[in-house]
Design a protein around this ligand. Sequence first.
Ligand code: C2E
Ligand code: CA
Ligand code: CA
Ligand code: CA
Length: 275
Amino acid sequence: SKESGRGAFHFFEADMNRRLRQRKTLEADLRTALSEGQFHLAYQPQIDLCSGALVGAEALIRWQHPTRGEVRPDEFIPIAEQTGQICQIGEWVLRTACAQAVAWPGLARMSVNVSPTQFRQAGFLEVVEAILAETGLAPRRLELEVTESLLLVDTEVTFATLTRLRGRGVSIAMDDFGTGYSSLGYLRRFPFDRIKIDRSFVRGLGSDPEAAAIVNAVIGMSHSLRIGVNAEGVETAAQAKLLRAVGCEEVQGYLYGRPLAPEAFSKAYLADTDA
Ligand code: C2E
Ligand code: CA
Ligand code: CA
Ligand code: CA
């Protein structure tokens, strides 16, 4: 009826206002989170599928909010992107992860997520170089994970920065592969070091023939282009078996390990000499 329709509208409006207020509060809280030391990093192991050896770690940001508890990055990274705060936060992530990698000589590679706004900021290359110099991390041990959305605008400038980073020895991975746009064209134009197959495809392995076909095709393509491949979100032994069968070399997921605080990570995966 007309009455209940209006009621639903008011409810919708109230809900929208509440969400908007929540967002505004988060946005304000985000402004002090860095200086208040509310961020920390968790590290998830990246594993060689054949040998089971640790090949790297992905640094993942965590926000311990004073009243709300842990806020998920999926919730606050998009806000930080829109407000531009991602540049400062991202710089902190990069510095912290690089310093951690130096403290862990037994870790071959540290992977750090870089959001498009952060990557496109003027002087991003200089920021990376300064952090490498300051921490003393060998560029070969650093991998930056970027998403396809980075390649939608300003591609010439972006390609130039990617190329210069690679020239310095930093490797570049394309994250969440398959979820964005016209991925194949970009792979031909820019030599990525690694493709990370999004976990939405890995989830379907064993049940969804189309997901299996896509994973198979991406791995075949990465082999012919001589690009490394990492399958994300591996949760079951059955998924791992199927990935092994199609020649996937590297995996990441709860089956191998969840993101851990630094102490727990080093205890679980590194020798005693790595603090
Ligand atoms: P991502 O880069 O694709 O990171 C992988 C996400 O998948 C992480 O979520 C990780 O905890 C989760 N994950 C790993 N293995 C499994 C699994 O087996 N099953 C399932 N269901 N999930 C798994 P997290 O840490 O919540 O991060 C979410 C997203 O937030 C990241 O997705 C990334 O886009 C962004 N993010 C996280 N840290 C940073 C950062 O330091 N900078 C930037 N710019 N973005 C970040
Ligand atoms: Ca990532
Ligand atoms: Ca990903
Ligand atoms: Ca993602």
